[in-house]
Design a protein around this ligand. Structure first.
Ligand SMILES: Cc1cc2nc3c(=O)[nH]c(=O)nc-3n(C[C@H](O)[C@H](O)[C@H](O)COP(=O)(O)O)c2cc1C
Length: 184
């Protein structure tokens, strides 16, 4: 079994709930980036030992939160030593609007993984985009690069649509399965 770590920032709990779903699917360890953009003691060592790393951030102003970006910039230490080379990577983001520029945010996560020489895992699920589709369906937002989650701006994390939560769980499963294949 692969060792998967979900490292995420969440300002108001939405991304945290998604991270929990992804971690459940992947049987992964959760690693929070705090409100100052830092990891708890031992966090970098945990990431160094991972077979797969899944990045999570809310979309703020069309990109990752500044706390996530601080983490991303701090990961340049691992970049210098190629510490994350050939690890498996995935990523997700949550935002309030149906579109909300989540795609632009995900591309930044994919680029971060690529800077590290990682192997990016796509969402791998067909979109539910027929006329009968609803927000209770898996991949109703029609993502492909990674996991997209939407929750209304006045709704709490407990109101994230069921379809998005199930999509999150399945994406976690997929990243873990890919990582296990590479581990052999
Ligand atoms: C500073 C800020 C910027 C935001 N920018 C966007 C945005 O660009 N697109 C969008 O759809 N939602 C945006 N939102 C809404 C959040 O993405 C959304 O509420 C998300 O669920 C918050 O996740 P969190 O609770 O994990 O922080 C923004 C919220 C904040 C506080």
């Amino acid at each position: 079994m692969a060792n998967v770590v979900v490292v995420y920032h969440s300002g108001y709990g939405h991304t945290q709930r998604v991270a929990q779903q992804v971690a459940q699917g992947a049987d992964a360890e959760l690693l929070a980036i705090d409100a100052d953009g830092n990891l708890a003691e031992g966090g970098w060592e945990t990431l160094a030992g991972a077979d797969a790393i899944i990045f999570g951030t809310p979309t703020y102003m069309g990109g990752p939160s500044w706390q996530f970006k601080k983490f991303a910039d701090a990961s340049s230490k691992a970049w210098f030593s190629r510490g994350w080379q050939d690890k498996v990577f995935g990523g997700f983001t949550a935002s309030a609007s149906l579109n909300g520029d989540k795609g632009a945010c995900l591309i930044q996560l994919q680029t971060l993984a690529s800077q590290h020489g990682g192997l990016w895992v796509s969402l791998g699920l067909l979109p539910a985009n027929g006329s009968a589709a609803s927000r209770a369906d898996v991949n109703n937002l029609g993502g492909s690069v990674g996991l997209l989650v939407q929750c209304a701006s006045d709704a709490g994390a407990d109101q994230i649509p069921a379809g998005d939560l199930e999509t999150a769980r399945r994406y976690g499963e997929r990243v873990a399965a890919v990582a296990a294949k590479f581990k052999g």
